[in-house]
Design a binder for this molecule. Structure first.
Ligand SMILES: CC(=O)SCCNC(=O)CCNC(=O)[C@H](O)C(C)(C)COP(=O)(O)OP(=O)(O)OC[C@H]1O[C@@H](n2cnc3c(N)ncnc32)[C@H](O)[C@@H]1OP(=O)(O)O
Ligand SMILES: CCCC(=O)O
Length: 444
């Protein structure tokens, strides 16, 4: 019966792409689950289609739609979180960002957004008729629940993962199936820890206790810190994270992570989005130690915080002297997205014994190669606040760490200036004086 239904629904990518009509909103996967042959087939229909809006994000390969339609006359790309490729599109005005609080994205889809066609990549159908989403679970089930037409692109190399719920879709909910063969899963290389990452880890590691539950954010630094946690003497760590990458495999294989002291999903590593090398994808496949969930489970601060000693480690681009954090724009230009950063900043602080860390190098290099401070008196004009100053707990740079909770404006300014690169401290003090937030305290 199942195979009969499968055969009935199996079509070529060209036929499936005909389900999209002019004016439609199309949900197109996320990260490593982007349906690649369907996207290409849709792009080829350029001359027949107008005003098609496609949503996705964290693109790991260029879009054929924008290659064939460089002026965006037929297709518009909207991203929930910009990768490097999408950042370039956005700079050219070819892609647009959708601001999200990631835990809420499934609700936006269920309640606010129009979705005409949903197309996602998945593992091959199992003997019970389920297509497993594998590396990205995210918001797919919510999009499917609203779509007029649901199309699955089978990738024979997609891992089949164990999950809580909504990590798979049944053939009865699918309109078309397209077979993609062995397509590989896009590889995102591991980041090697830099000197600054190591210095930050030295400030951070004493704050993590045996039995803590870990969340590491996106970007080079949190993942590099994960590799260093893997080499530490910590014991019985758990994982409840939005994203997982190779560092989690290192922590698990080193025996540092065993999930045995978690209050929620005991014995299982929880995630909604995986991006890394083949090492990660092999680790995920058919692994009972894994539980994949939709993002409104992983990132819900109430759920995540049920794990005691939840440690959230995320990165930022800029922080001002009052503690406002920008992790998503450079000035007004979108760089990445808010993602689930605020979800986990809130969750970790809410968790019993939990702590949230915003870790950032004190400087960056500008286009002329000069170092500039990431700690600013005021936010750069147009910069978006990812975490308000009332939500931020620990801030860590290579020069130390501070817990901002409960500190006054002058204490925040003073403590954050201590975390700045020495080259910028005098200027920051003069700016703080002008802003009337400088009062030297008796001791650090
Ligand atoms: C995933 C989970 O489980 S929870 C959710 C986590 N999600 C988030 O944290 C979402 C928001 N965060 C992010 O998108 C990322 O962590 C970021 C953007 C903050 C950091 O990403 P990274 O890739 O590590 O950025 P990095 O610090 O290396 O800086 C990137 C570039 O911006 C430049 N830059 C950094 N800060 C600034 C600044 N203040 N002004 C101008 N340029 C800057 C850097 O020089 C670098 O340039 P380069 O690419 O030419 O070398
Ligand atoms: C939205 C996916 C990545 C992130 O949370 O930063």
């Amino acid at each position: 019966m199942l195979m009969e239904e499968f055969r009935r629904k199996r079509v070529s990518a060209e036929v499936a792409a005909k389900a999209v009509h002019s004016g439609d909103w199309v949900e197109m996967g996320f990260g490593a689950n982007m349906p690649r042959i369907l996207e290409a087939a849709l792009a080829e229909r350029k001359e027949e289609l107008f005003d098609v809006k496609a949503r996705g994000g964290l693109l790991l390969a260029p879009l054929k739609m924008l290659e064939l339609d460089p002026e965006g006359e037929h297709f518009t790309w909207l991203s929930y979180h910009l990768s490097g490729i999408e950042r370039k599109y956005a700079q050219l005005g070819k892609a647009f960002y959708i601001p999200i609080k990631y835990s809420e994205l499934p609700r936006y889809l269920r309640e606010n957004l129009q979705t005409d066609v949903a197309m996602f990549q998945s593992a091959p159908m199992d003997e019970h008729g389920y297509f497993n989403f594998g590396v990205t679970i995210s918001h797919f089930a919510a999009a499917i629940s609203k779509a007029r037409t649901v199309i699955i692109e089978i990738n024979e190399d997609m891992p089949r993962v164990h999950g809580g719920y909504d990590h798979a879709i049944h053939i009865s909910q699918v309109d078309y199936v397209v077979e993609g063969g062995h397509m590989g899963v896009p590889i995102v290389p591991e980041a090697e820890p830099s000197l600054v990452d190591r210095q930050i880890a030295e400030h951070l590691l004493p704050e993590i206790e045996d039995g803590s539950c870990i969340q590491l954010g996106i970007g080079g630094m949190p993942q590099a810190l994960g590799k260093m946690i893997a080499q530490s003497d910590l014991k019985d760590l758990g994982v409840h994270s939005e994203m997982i990458a190779d560092a989690y495999v290192d922590m698990f294989e080193a025996g540092v992570v065993n999930n045995k002291r978690k209050q929620r999903d005991l014995g299982r590593m929880v995630y909604t989005l995986a991006m890394g090398t083949q090492k990660l994808y092999d680790f995920l496949h058919d692994n009972t130690a894994i539980a994949a969930y939709p993002v409104d489970y992983t990132n819900d601060p109430w759920i995540a915080s049920q794990n005691d000693k939840l440690i959230s480690i995320n990165s930022a681009l800029e922080i001002d002297l009052s503690g406002q954090v920008c992790s998503e724009t450079v000035g007004q230009a979108i760089f990445s997205g808010s993602g689930g950063q605020l979800d986990f900043v809130e969750a970790a602080y809410r968790s019993k014994g939990g702590k949230s860390f915003i870790c950032l190098p004190s400087t960056y290099k500008d286009k002329s190669g000069q170092i500039q401070s990431r700690i600013k008196p005021l936010m750069t004009n147009g910069a978006v606040i990812t975490d308000t100053r009332t939500t931020v707990q620990y801030v860590v740079t290579e020069y130390g760490k501070v817990n901002l909770k409960g500190l006054s404006t002058w204490q925040r300014a003073e403590q954050l200036i201590f975390l700045a690169h020495p080259k910028f401290r005098e200027d920051l003090i003069s700016e703080a004086e002008k802003l009337k937030i400088w009062r030297q305290s008796s001791k650090r």
